[in-house]
Design a protein around this ligand. Structure first.
Ligand SMILES: [Zn+2]
Length: 336
């Protein structure tokens, strides 16, 4: 279950006509309030999303004014601040007072990728609930069943969405399956070629904010697949292009995958968890530049040789997430 789905379930639980309205009770999902909350039309469930890149301070002030009123029909009023990492310091400070002394019968829910993305003063006033990323195959199933996404498209975004339903849906809206197809078609040709071609391609892909991480994730999954090509299609992430992967794996030098992997890992470390913040500030900011360099280095095979003592994941048996490609290459598999 994703963070927003959980927040909606909480709003249902405290307002369900069939239940007692306790925070821990389960909603029936079928009564009037439950249905209206699911449809997004309950007057006491407020969802606040950023107007543009960030939340504006007047959005937060307006929310505080609304919250000062009594609930219209529900037992509790629930305010969901979705993507709270996009509260700028002014908006966040405007929220502090209501977080410190929330009005009666009011629940304020903030969602964010990680607590470190929020001001410490906000975090210290909230109770934290951690969510694990949803495994790629479950995410694909959720997209198919709950959102009617065709199976092939669901699989294509599930591998790169970092376990988030919201992010997967945003990627679909931004045409990620088509971008992924284009990138996967060009990667084999670019590998081992001149860095300039890779830079040009990276520049065309890295224009949109937040796309940087997705492009890196996809390239990582492709490099990983090169190393595992000999193990058979079942071990690949990008199974739909297994033929092209097998061809590239046979053609490229044996040390290409480990070298490329090393370049990607360095890029990921540089981007770190700050990528969202970086990417927010400029569409072609440092995030895009790092991706462009990483792509060029990865594909041209100009990265430094891998550390001899690089940690191996034992071919994904020790809990690492092969579906996103974010694994350390098993030493055995890398040494083809
Ligand atoms: Zn109900």
């Amino acid at each position: 279950m994703g963070k927003r789905t959980a927040a909606r379930a909480l709003a249902m639980a405290v307002n369900c006509a069939a239940g007692e309205g306790a925070v821990g009770s389960l909603p029936c999902g079928d009564c009037g309030p439950c249905r209206r909350i699911a449809a997004g039309s309950h007057p006491d469930v407020l969802v606040l999303e950023p107007a543009g890149k960030e939340f504006r301070i007047d959005q937060v002030r307006e929310l505080c004014r609304e919250l000062a009123l009594k609930p219209y029909e529900g037992r509790h009023r629930v305010a969901l601040i979705a993507g709270a990492e996009r509260l700028n310091p002014h908006a966040a400070n405007a929220l502090l007072k209501v977080l410190e002394e929330p009005p009666e019968r009011t629940l304020i829910v903030l969602t964010a990728p990680q607590a470190a993305d929020l001001l410490p003063t906000i975090v210290s006033r909230c109770r934290q609930l951690r969510f694990k990323p949803i495994a790629a195959r479950h995410l694909a199933a959720i997209l198919e069943r709950a959102h009617g996404v065709p199976a092939a498209e669901a699989e294509a975004v599930a591998d790169t969405a970092g376990g988030s339903v919201t992010r997967a849906l945003a990627m679909l809206r931004q045409g990620w399956p088509e971008k992924r197809r284009r990138l996967l078609a060009e990667l084999p040709e670019l590998a081992g070629g001149p860095p300039l071609r890779a830079l040009l391609l990276a520049a065309s892909f890295s224009r949109a904010r937040s796309e940087a991480e997705e492009v890196l994730g996809l390239v990582a999954s492709w490099v990983r697949d090169l190393a595992f090509a000999a193990e058979g299609a079942a071990h690949l992430v990008n199974r739909d292009v297994r033929g092209e992967i097998a061809e590239a794996a046979g053609r490229l030098p044996g040390d290409f995958a480990p070298r490329a992997w090393e370049a990607l890992q360095r890029a990921e470390r540089r981007l770190g968890c700050r990528i969202r913040r970086l990417a927010r500030h400029a569409a072609t900011g440092p995030g895009a530049a790092i991706v462009a360099c990483a792509l060029a280095r990865t594909l041209a095979g100009t990265a430094a040789p891998p550390h001899s003592g690089a940690p191996g994941c034992g071919a994904c048996r020790s809990g690492c997430d092969a579906s996103t490609g974010r694994i350390a290459l098993a030493r055995g598999a890398a040494r083809r």
